[in-house]
Each structure stands twice: as structure tokens, then as C-alpha cells.
Design a protein around this ligand. Structure first.
Ligand code: FAD
Ligand code: EPU
Length: 356
């Protein structure tokens, strides 16, 4: 049969395609290895008006039920150096590239910037969706442009960095949902840049590695990988999607009142002068959830912000647990928590949960 640019399967289990490792079936699953085939794919009667889930590695989704319509994965994974200047280079990565491969590909070519984002799971295509961030750096800072397929017009569109409207765990792509399918990420990476080791624990980790003097960028990547490996459960060993809630951003005055009432509450600068960011992990731990387990749904023993599947928890059970946690944090601190992963086939509603 002629290569149409995609492979289609029906009634497929997605348990191996989400890092929570919950069972859910895709009505139709298309693995697209040629993005140029997207207009033809979306002209097919079974795809044209079908509900759509674009899936990368499934490391930031909670599948709360079976997935109707079309689940689509972009699998092409090329990285190319498209421009090599004296101070920086322009790098192009297909949506299907594994993010951590891109980090190490760039560091291996003397390009810096991505070292603090080492070992984040997922694909390059998903990186701009929530503007992935870690250890004081967000990918948006390095985005030159994003190429996305517009399902309405069946055409490719280019988004310059300003058009992406990046924020904390936010972008235009996240807000537009599946109307835009990211096909390519272009990053402008510097050849020189001071390392950023300000985040708690990084300098200590470098010292523990025996690194004296200014660290190299790849050494910072290694320190961060070591920290992450210690702090977060590995999805291959314990199903999870990283942080389950965003760190709440609240008004500075409310943060001040909370800090006065709860000594020890970590308070960080917010995205604007009048706001502060709180630690969701701290709030959840104080509410007594760290290490909690009911059936196979639980909260990681080593990090209170990570919901885990000990084996056969369903997405609906994990969603119900998340709602109970958020309800109890709201009751105790008056702070609403918002999930970070995309909830597929369910609605997050802490109002229907019993707090604690
Ligand atoms: P998926 O989970 O498959 O999808 C996530 C969202 O993006 C969904 O809404 C999906 O529809 C959409 N999407 C995916 N691909 C495309 C595309 N090509 N076009 C349009 N939409 C698309 N995140 C951080 O920011 N910082 C961290 O430090 C971090 N640490 C993590 C640690 C662990 C152990 C885990 C499991 C997750 C962590 N995450 C972190 C979350 C996750 O790794 C990122 O959100 C990642 O970008 C998700 O990539 P993915 O390919 O798995 O996307
Ligand atoms: N803390 C607790 N209890 C815990 C864990 C942490 O009280 O069990 C408190 C500590 O005070 C700690 C603070 O929370 O100092 C911050 O913890 P950590 O450094 O682990 O960071 P985080 O705020 O929990 C965020 C991101 C992570 C990212 C790290 C490092 C969000 C929602 N999460 O976590 O991203 O890797 O910072 O930059 O912003 C993800 O998005 O999936 C993710 C893992």
C-alpha cells in the first residue's frame, strides 16, 4: 500500500503512551511520520470533524476516560542547524524529537541555554505548549519561532516568539487547544551565556560533583539531572506526570497575610510586581497528603506535588484524588490549585470533593 504519511489503528490502548500509565483506549490513533500529509489526513471523513487529541509522549496528560475521535502523534524527529552565526545558532527540531535529546544535541555542539531544562520528559513539539520550565529557565526565552498546522484552514502557520504569548506554564497554543498542531520548534541558542545556578540546590550539587570554579554548561545539565532524579519519581518505575498542580500565583497582600499566619510558607516573586508565587508542594504537604495512598492512586513520598499511579489506578481515580487534595488546600489556606497536566475526558471540579 502507498505510504500516505501516517499509520492508522483503531481501538488502541494508550497505556504505554502516557506516563501515568493509566488504561484508556483511543478510538483512532494516527502516527504521522510526514507532517506534509496533515492536510490530506484532515480531509478524510473520519478526521475532518472528529474530536482531536494531539499526543506527544503523554507526560503531561491525565486520561480520565477512553478517548473518542482521533488521537494524533507526530513522530518525525529531525534536528537541524539551520543558521550558524558567530554568537548564536538557529536550531530546528521536529515535533517528534525527544526534548532531552535536543538539550544534549545542542550542548554537544557548544550551544547553551537549555542546560537547566535537562531531563524534562516529552517532545520538542510539546515544549512550547506549556512553555516548559525548570531551575529558573523557561523554553520561551530561546524560542525563535514555532511552526504549527492550523486545523481550520489546513495550512501551516508561523508564530514568532511574541505571537506565542508565553507565560508561566502557558502559551497561545495551550489556550487554542487542538486547533493548532505544533509541527516544528525553532530555537535561537547562544554560544556564550553565564550559567544560571541560582536555583536552590544546584550550586550544592555541583560542589558534591567535585566541580571547582565556574562550571561548564554540560556540568550544570548533569547537576540538574542528578537533582531531578533524586527529587522526582521516574515514570518508568512509578507512573506520574511530574507536578500535578501549578504553583499558585496570588496577590502580594494575600501572600503576606498567609505567610504571617503560616511561618515557613515559601513565597517567591510572581510574574508581576503585585503578585507572588506559592509552593503548591508545601501547601499539599502541610495539608497532610505527602505519601498518601488509596488503592493504587497516591501522592509521591518524595515530592508532595507529584500524583502517582502505583499500578492499576484509573485516570478517574487519580482525578478524584486531585480534587480532594485541591479541596483540602482550599479549605485550609484559601488558595485554589489548578492542574498542570491536560485532563482528557474529564473535568477537574474540586467542588464535588470532600476536603481532606
Ligand atoms: P503530552 O503530555 O503528550 O501533551 C501535553 C499537552 O501538549 C497536551 O495538551 C497535548 O495535546 C499537547 N501537545 C503535545 N504535542 C503537541 C503538538 N505537537 N502540537 C500541539 N499540541 C501538542 N514540565 C515542565 O515544564 N518542567 C518540568 O520540570 C517538568 N518535569 C517533569 C517531570 C516528570 C517526571 C514528568 C513525567 C513530567 C514533567 N513535566 C515538566 C511535564 C512534561 O514533561 C512537559 O509538559 C512536556 O512538555 C510534555 O511533553 P509530551 O510530549 O509528553 O506532551
Ligand atoms: N516542597 C515541599 N514539599 C515537597 C516538595 C517541595 O514543601 O514535598 C517545597 C520546598 O519548600 C521547596 C519548594 O517546595 O523548596 C519547591 O520545590 P521544587 O524545587 O521541587 O519545585 P516545585 O515548585 O515543586 C517546580 C516546577 C517543576 C520544576 C521545578 C524545578 C511547577 C508546577 N513545577 O516544582 O516542574 O521541575 O520547579 O524548577 O512549576 C512540572 O512542571 O511537571 C515540574 C516538575
Amino acid at each position: 500500500m502507498a505510504d500516505r504519511g501516517w499509520r492508522l489503528a483503531e481501538g488502541v490502548s494508550l497505556s504505554g503512551r502516557n506516563t501515568f500509565r493509566v488504561e484508556a483506549r483511543a478510538e483512532r490513533l494516527a502516527d504521522v511520520h510526514n507532517p506534509a500529509a496533515l492536510p490530506a489526513l484532515f480531509s478524510e471523513p473520519w478526521a475532518q470533524f472528529a474530536p482531536l487529541l494531539v499526543l506527544g509522549e503523554g507526560s503531561n496528560v491525565l486520561l480520565a476516560s477512553d478517548v473518542p475521535g482521533l488521537t494524533l502523534c507526530l513522530t518525525r524527529a529531525r534536528i537541524a542547524l539551520v543558521e550558524d552565526g558567530p554568537d548564536s545558532a538557529l536550531v530546528e527540531a521536529d515535533a517528534g524529537v525527544a526534548w532531552n535529546d535536543l538539550v544534549h544535541w545542542s550542548l554537544g555542539r557548544g550551544l547553551c541555554g537549555l542546560e537547566n531544562l535537562a531531563l524534562i520528559p516529552g517532545t520538542a513539539g510539546a515544549a512550547p505548549i506549556q512553555n516548559i520550565g525548570a531551575y529558573g529557565v523557561e523554553v520561551g526565552e530561546f524560542v525563535d519561532s514555532v511552526q504549527a498546522f492550523d486545523r481550520e484552514t489546513l495550512r501551516l502557520r508561523e508564530f514568532e516568539r511574541e505571537d506565542c504569548r508565553f507565560g508561566y506554564r502557558d502559551s497561545v497554543f495551550k489556550r487554542e487547544g487542538d486547533a493548532l498542531i505544533v509541527t516544528m520548534l525553532r530555537l535561537r541558542l547562544p554560544k556564550r551565556r553565564p550559567v544560571n545556578t541560582a536555583y536552590a540546590g544546584v550550586a550544592e550539587e555541583l560542589a558534591a560533583m567535585g566541580i571547582e570554579g565556574p562550571p561548564k554548561h554540560r556540568q550544570v545539565a548533569e547537576a540538574i539531572a542528578r537533582l531531578r532524579t533524586r527529587k522526582l519519581p521516574h515514570p518508568a518505575l512509578l507512573g506520574n506526570a511530574g507536578s500535578f498542580f501549578k504553583n499558585p500565583v496570588i496577590e502580594a497582600a494575600q501572600a503576606g497575610a498567609l505567610a504571617a499566619a503560616h511561618p515557613g510558607l515559601p513565597v517567591f516573586p510572581g510574574p508581576s510586581a503585585s503578585t507572588r508565587k506559592l509552593s503548591a508542594a508545601w501547601l499539599i504537604e502541610q495539608a497532610g497528603w505527602k505519601g498518601f495512598r488509596e488503592g493504587d492512586a497516591g501522592v509521591a513520598a518524595q515530592h508532595a506535588l507529584v500524583l502517582v499511579n502505583h499500578g492499576r489506578a484509573s485516570g478517574a481515580e487519580l482525578l478524584a484524588l486531585a480534587e480532594r487534595i485541591a479541596a483540602s488546600v482550599q479549605a485550609r489556606f484559601g488558595v485554589p490549585l489548578e492542574p498542570e497536566p491536560r485532563i482528557v475526558g474529564g473535568r477537574f471540579d474540586p467542588g464535588r470533593a470532600q476536603g481532606g
